[in-house]
Design a binder for this molecule. Sequence first.
Ligand code: GAP
Length: 357
Amino acid sequence: MSANDMDGLKALIDELQIADPESGSRNWTEVRQFNLMFSTQMSNIAGEEGKLYLRPETAQGIFVNFLNVQKTTRQKVPFGIAQIGKAFRNEIVARQFIFRMREFEQMEMQFFVRPGAEMEWYEYWKARRMAWHRAVSPAAKLRFKDHDNLAHYANAAVDIQFEFPFGFKELEGVHSRTDFDLGSHQALSGKKLQYFDPELNESYVPYVVETSVGVDRMFLSILSNALIEETVPDAQGEDSARTVLRIPPALAPVKCAVLPIVRNKEELVEKARGVFDRLKRHFPCQYDEKDAIGRRYRRQDAVGTPYCITIDFETLEDNSVTLRERDSMKQERIPVDRVADIVREKTDMLRLLDQLI
Ligand code: GAP
């Protein structure tokens, strides 16, 4: 039976009485071929359209540009090329919110190594990518899952899985892709994609270790873990419910909010506006004067703002403000002149990246 013999395959399923392992049902449809890629036509003259396909991964653009990048940026193997961009797949089941979509954003890196060095680099990138995910999500929600069946291009592959509300699922893939891609492009285009290694004094087609993560899927993992409802004491010490988005400060869309303690005191409002006008040039921040201060803190908690700056009567006397931290709700007094530096230092992406060293 050939791979495309759909009738033969159906006959085999019937003959062997193969049943759905979950439901036990043998009520199968005819065997059909799925279109996994999106096709379209290119040409502005009707009738002369050439069929082409939207890319199902960003990787191939990196492979065809491998020598361009290596030569123009004077790289030596080992080195990596990373890219972010749209990918398209004719998913059979596109569900679970933004977990699986037909159009999504991928971030991939192809890391070019000497043939034979791929397993060492594969282990290296597994550890590095896990360290990144652990810097933005709890370790208990992350795990490795080796692939049971390897893709035709791989000699090792692992998923970094995340525990979504619907169970542990793939978040990122790390694959040792051998020289399959560069080798295939070379064979089919007839153009050499070899690298001359000055240390070995020989040319070869490099092996590749790939890391591949969906931006949307990572966004979902971080959001689904961060949104929490908890009970905390209010200003009177009574139990009160709050919704808080415990997103890492470096990823928070709004870094701080400036809040005058009351809005009917012109001097206070003017001072708060001045602080906000200065801060908004440094990072995304919000100004809010509506409702009681407790409600305004809750509003910022719910959208994940890591810091609130409160301007009160003391500010008018000594030029200090209250800095309130979202997760601990702890408050400390700091000079107005230090606010921008302190908030920047606490919310800086570098602080997150430093955890990876
Ligand atoms: N270049 C290898 C590759 O594309 P993949 O495991 O098919 O490997 C890599 O995809 C990552 O892309 C996945 O771990 C996931 O984060 C993301 N991804 C894949 N298909 C997706 C889809 N339909 N919707 C959203 N993200 C998707």
